[in-house]
Ligand binder design. Structure first.
Ligand SMILES: [Zn+2]
Length: 225
């Protein structure tokens, strides 16, 4: 039989039975693997930088909704300063900054699924296992791509346009997304995003125009630019 003194000593060493138990539950939840999507179908077609290249922060899974596939793609721009550099470290920092901004707004994670930089690298962002958070009221089955730059003030680089075209083509093939279901943010809501100089390029990539939108309802996590 353990003495009262031994029991008290055990309690102090473990941090207490209640705290010890709840910490164990939280640790188990944190280690539970998140759903993933194999991106091998992109690797041979684009220069893909995995999420681990720019962050080791995990999303907050209790705020996420599983995507269940995609039926449309929406392109955005940063809409801040002009970007004329495709340096890898600069782009990684930019993706991380977007992520930080979204998290401060209460998002589960960065809102977009991919980010395309000036040199045409494609940065994996939110997992395709999850619905994005990038168009208020129209995130359902809507795959979000951010291009770094401000395309009201600059034109997109040739490399970035080639990359986004390849990316959208691969995603359309993989998810059987209709060729007319390519949008700029402004097609789905009141926004200047992705800027007139990029929007006109997106419209040219769309095989048929126009299509009615269903940009109504309430944002789930909030609206990204
Ligand atoms: Zn946008």
């Amino acid at each position: 039989m353990r003495s009262r003194r031994d029991i008290l000593r055990s309690f102090l060493l473990t941090g207490g039975w209640v705290l010890g138990t709840s910490s164990g539950v939280l640790a188990a939840a944190a280690k539970r693997p998140l759903p993933t999507v194999d991106l091998d179908f992109l690797d041979s077609k684009v220069t893909l930088k995995r999420r681990t290249c720019w962050t080791d922060t995990l999303p907050r899974p209790w705020l996420l909704r599983e995507a269940g596939g995609f039926s449309r793609i929406t392109v955005h721009h940063q809409g801040a300063g002009i970007v004329t550099s495709g340096h890898e470290n600069t782009s990684a920092a930019a993706v991380d900054a977007v992520h930080g901004g979204h998290c401060r707004l209460g998002f589960a994670d960065i809102g977009y699924h991919f980010v395309v930089d000036y040199d045409g690298r494609i940065w994996e962002a939110r997992s395709l296992a999850y619905e994005g958070a990038h168009v208020a009221g129209a995130n359902e089955k809507n795959l979000g791509i951010l291009m770094l730059g401000n395309f009201n003030r600059q034109t997109p680089s040739r490399k970035s346009l080639d990359a986004v075209r390849e990316l959208m083509g691969a995603l359309q093939a993989h998810y059987a997304i209709d060729g007319k279901a390519l949008f700029g943010h402004c097609d789905l809501g009141a926004s200047e995003c992705p800027g007139k100089n990029l929007h006109e390029k997106i419209l040219k990539m769309r095989r048929t125009v126009p299509i009615a939108t269903d940009a109504v309802g309430v944002a789930k996590e909030g609206e990204a630019t």
